[in-house]
Design a protein around this ligand. Structure first.
Ligand SMILES: [Cu+2]
Length: 176
């Protein structure tokens, strides 16, 4: 069997020599340093200075992160003026006024119940649940929604309230 000594073996040898010689150099430097008598303050001054720079860097980094993320808070803008819709649940219907909106409207659903607890669910024209809030007798609960997509929306009851709970659905329109 013929043994060949190709480019790959040379590369491995070179890498090995590089790592080995680097380790020897590092050990030599550490050994030299260890023989010198280093003052405690000399080490701590450098360390503390680096730590101060690191601290300042982190303050700037995290501070700007906080400031920038303020623009992306997922809370509704209360300064927006939107329509208020009065919604009331009852056995077994939803009453709602008004029930037609322009697409893009910011709407506050002001929700209550005339009898027992109901769960208001708002479904967009694709049948996706876009908001939900409890409808409770004696309470006004608010739900803020932006109705972007034109089409027929649906209110449905999400809290079992009686034998015709499943019929408790009502449509409303969002016009383009
Ligand atoms: Cu119900």
């Amino acid at each position: 069997m013929e043994v060949t000594f190709g480019g790959f073996q040379i590369a491995v040898l070179a890498a090995f020599l590089f790592v080995a010689l680097s380790l020897v150099a590092i050990f030599a430097v550490v050994a030299r340093q260890a023989r010198r008598n280093v003052e405690f303050a000399e080490v701590t001054d450098t360390g503390y200075r680096l730590r101060r720079y690191w601290f300042a860097f982190l303050c700037v980094l995290l501070g700007s992160g906080v400031v920038l993320s303020l623009f992306f808070l997922p809370y509704p803008d209360n300064a927006k003026s939107g329509a208020t819709v009065n919604v009331s649940g009852g056995l077994f219907y939803w009453s709602m006024s008004p029930d037609t909106f322009k697409a893009g409207s910011d709407v506050t659903f002001d929700v209550t119940s005339s009898d027992v607890n109901h769960g208001l669910g708002v479904y967009d024209p694709d049948g996706v649940l876009v908001g939900s809030v409890q409808a409770m007798p004696g309470y006004q609960n608010q739900l803020d929604l932006t109705l972007d997509e034109p089409g027929t929306y649906m209110l449905a009851c999400l809290e079992y309230c009686g034998y015709k709970h499943h019929e408790m659905m009502r449509e409303f329109e969002v016009t383009p």
